[in-house]
Design a protein around this ligand. Structure first.
Ligand code: KIV
Length: 265
């Protein structure tokens, strides 16, 4: 049985200059597939609202549903670091965040992910003191789609880019273990990754981040919708799911994915 991946082992891997991988999973079968092939981190994303439940956004997803899917993923997991999303409206206060993050950790998560910037510093510190590692999601944060007016690239203006870097620094200082960047220009992601002292994982954020994440249904081509620019359908050139997942892993490790076609300026 290979050794389980931990927050510290990911930090060491990044220090050693190796890229790491993350895929979403929502059930035991997908979790077993990905972890057995060496995908270091698995995200029980609230994207399950869209790809599993058929909702038009992630907003309807509840803590109870996240607990159910985290338990299922945890049963299938074979040693990957398991990150669970805190859904919309589940971390509005420090006390609410502590209670709900506790439920996700008891369901089998090793880390929770929250969407937001420096205003979450007190929450991040409280989680850290309670022994709960956190990943903070910046850039296009889908739970704020109604504030953004759509799913748009974030941080293109110089002021907004600097705010994002300052947010990431403040969150790391407060105790955040990872930062996740979604749909930001590659130059900003590079500058932020070089500045912030914790691992940075990206989706639609270019090649310079320490790790790469994709929604599993997208990278396996399991959709009738047009794929976003930042996704590669690995099943298009593979004859088995094992080959598709292994290609994703090899491409991230070698820097072949993402390339300029998957990135934003
Ligand atoms: O919910 C999710 O799948 C996510 C990824 C897009 C990073 O947050």
């Amino acid at each position: 049985m290979p050794k389980a991946i931990t927050v510290s082992s990911i930090k060491q891997l990044v220090k050693d200059g190796e890229k790491f991988t993350m895929l979403t999973a929502y059930d035991a079968t997908f979790a077993a597939m990905f972890s057995s092939l060496g995908i270091e981190t698995i995200l029980v994303g609230d994207s399950l609202g869209m790809v599993v439940q058929g909702q038009s956004s992630t907003l309807p997803v509840t803590v109870e549903q996240m607990v159910y899917h985290t338990q299922a993923v945890s049963r299938g997991n074979q040693g990957s670091l398991l990150v669970a999303d805190m859904p919309f409206n589940s971390y509005g206060s420090v006390d609410q965040a502590l209670a709900n993050a506790g439920l996700l950790m008891q369901a089998g998560a090793h880390m929770v992910k929250l969407e937001g910037g420096a205003w979450l510093c007190d929450t991040v510190t409280a989680l850290s003191r309670a022994g709960i590692p956190s990943c903070l999601h910046l850039g296009l944060t889908p739970q704020s789609v109604n504030k953004f007016g759509g799913y748009k690239v974030q941080g293109r203006e110089e002021g907004a880019a600097q705010v994002m870097i300052n947010d990431a620094l403040a969150l790391a200082e407060a105790g955040a273990d990872f930062i996740l960047l979604e749909c930001v220009p590659s130059d900003l992601a590079k500058a932020l990754t070089e500045t912030v002292p914790v691992p940075v994982i990206g989706i639609g954020a270019g090649a310079a981040t320490d790790g790469q994440v994709l929604v599993c249904y997208d990278m396996l081509g399991l959709t009738q919708h047009r794929l976003p620019k930042f996704v590669k359908n690995y099943m298009a050139e593979a004859n088995t799911w094992e080959n598709a997942v292994t290609s994703f892993k090899d491409d991230v490790k070698s820097g072949r994915f993402p390339n300029a076609d998957h990135a934003f300026e």
